[in-house]
Design a protein around this ligand. Structure first.
Ligand SMILES: Nc1ncnc2c1ncn2[C@@H]1O[C@H](COP(=O)(O)OP(=O)(O)OP(=O)(O)O)[C@@H](O)[C@H]1O
Ligand SMILES: O=C(O)c1ccc[n+]([C@@H]2O[C@H](COP(=O)([O-])O)[C@@H](O)[C@H]2O)c1
Length: 214
């Protein structure tokens, strides 16, 4: 019996969302042949509070996603109080999806390398597959020993493996290198420059109308 399509979630601060996030999420959705849910964190662990409110960051994601059907916004972390630990989110999703449905947690190379600093990170592969996307200037080799050991035997290059099992595999997906970051965009706005063409125009219009990141 064929398993139902995987659910892929791409977590981030999205402060603000930009074409780097959007393009790589789109390519991952194409390569995995499933919907990808963009999931902004309420209170991101291991970084200072976002400059944009939860409502602004979610509104900007919605604007960015208008007019397409592959990517959608998942508000679950915004609706929870306390730090947005990914292990709690994946436990909640696993509970909703049941034990058999493939669940995929998508993260950029920098976030993947930082996994050993995450809350109960060793539990993540029991709940979901991990997909690490390439990102300019971020390596996916020479991982620190704990991460290297935790991932040993889990690597696959086959999407079918991810679609055929509920969790536990790790895959690298090569995406178009786009050296765009939210911090670059915030810095540009703080200096009074216009980061045009790095993010969707309706998102930039919203930032300007609301006076964000000045
Ligand atoms: N240009 C990009 N290419 C590939 N992955 C990206 C890119 N930008 C962000 N990501 C990934 O998206 C996820 C969410 O990133 P985040 O919202 O922190 O954006 P960011 O641009 O890295 O922000 P900041 O500069 O504030 O750290 C992370 O897993 C990150 O690795
Ligand atoms: O669970 C954790 O301890 C944890 C620590 C750091 C980051 N994360 C998650 O990783 C994703 C990317 O984080 P960031 O900071 O790059 O936006 C986002 O979904 C965060 O909630 C999760």
């Amino acid at each position: 019996m064929e398993r139902p399509a995987p659910v892929a979630v791409f977590g981030g601060t999205f402060d603000p969302i930009h074409f780097g996030h959007l393009r790589v999420a789109w390519e991952v959705s194409e390569q995995l042949d499933c919907e990808v849910r963009l999931m902004p964190s309420a209170q991101p662990p291991h970084r200072s509070a976002p400059g944009g409110s939860a409502a602004d960051r979610a509104a900007m994601i919605e604007m960015a996603l208008a007019g397409q059907g592959r990517l959608r916004l998942d508000r679950r972390e915004l609706e929870r109080t306390g730090p947005s630990y990914s292990v709690d989110t994946l436990l909640e999703l696993r509970e909703e999806l049941g034990p058999d449905r493939p669940l995929i947690f998508v993260l950029g190379a920098d976030a993947f390398r930082a996994l050993p600093a995450w809350h109960r990170w060793q539990e993540l592969t029991g709940l979901a597959h991990l997909v690490a996307m390439t990102r300019p200037r971020q390596r996916l080799d020479k991982l620190e020993p704990d991460l290297h050991n935790a991932m040993a035997g889990r690597w696959t290059g086959l999407v079918e493996r991810l679609r055929g099992e509920p969790a536990g595999r790790v895959m690298v997906i090569r995406v178009t290198p786009l050296a765009i970051s939210s911090s670059l965009i915030r810095a540009s706005l703080a200096e009074g420059r216009l980061p045009r063409y790095l993010l969707p125009q309706p998102v930039l219009d919203h930032i300007q109308a609301r006076g964000l990141y000045r």
